[in-house]
Design a protein around this ligand. Structure first.
Ligand code: UDP
Ligand code: MG
Length: 136
């Protein structure tokens, strides 16, 4: 049964800074994702804190929010059958060291914090994250 989903993808500052946006978008397109919406922005730390509120209690929360707001990011809505899980698989493990061959984080990730991409982890969170960045 076809189950078309949308998920939120972010190309993080480390990848934007290294001019990897076009390359990473090609990977998504080649895997059959449609890029429905896209914008390049830089967010305030306070916005990053809201976006990552789920991680508030984690020891890496402050650095994570400082990092996401440290430079331009590209925020995209991706659409495909089972887009949420498909994007998570294509991204690879949070720590690039643990990411499988062929994944975006394996290919481009520098470290667990500079891991090049974000992807929603559930359909429910995808809806919340899409609404966070694209209010229409
Ligand atoms: N992160 C970090 N240190 C950690 C765990 C996570 O800096 O020990 C960062 C990392 O950039 C990750 C983000 O926090 O992408 C959100 O963590 P999560 O566990 O949600 O990983 P993801 O869903 O991005 O794979
Ligand atoms: Mg996550």
């Amino acid at each position: 049964m076809s189950d078309i989903e949308r998920t939120l993808s972010i190309i993080k500052p480390d990848a934007v800074e290294r001019n990897l946006v076009t390359e990473i978008k090609e990977i998504f397109k080649n895997k059959g994702f449609l890029i429905i919406k896209e914008k390049k922005i830089q967010i305030e730390k306070s916005e990053a804190e809201k976006f990552y509120a789920i991680h508030e209690a984690k020891p890496f929360y402050n650095d994570l929010c400082a990092y996401l707001s440290s430079g331009p990011i590209v925020v995209m809505v991706l659409e495909k059958e089972n887009a949420v899980l498909g994007n998570r698989e294509l991204m690879g493990a949070t720590n690039p060291k643990d990411a499988e061959e062929g994944t975006i984080r394996k290919k481009y990730g520098i470290s667990i914090d500079k891991n090049s991409v974000h992807g929603s982890d559930s359909v429910e969170n995808a809806q919340i994250e899409i609404a966070f960045f694209f209010k229409d």
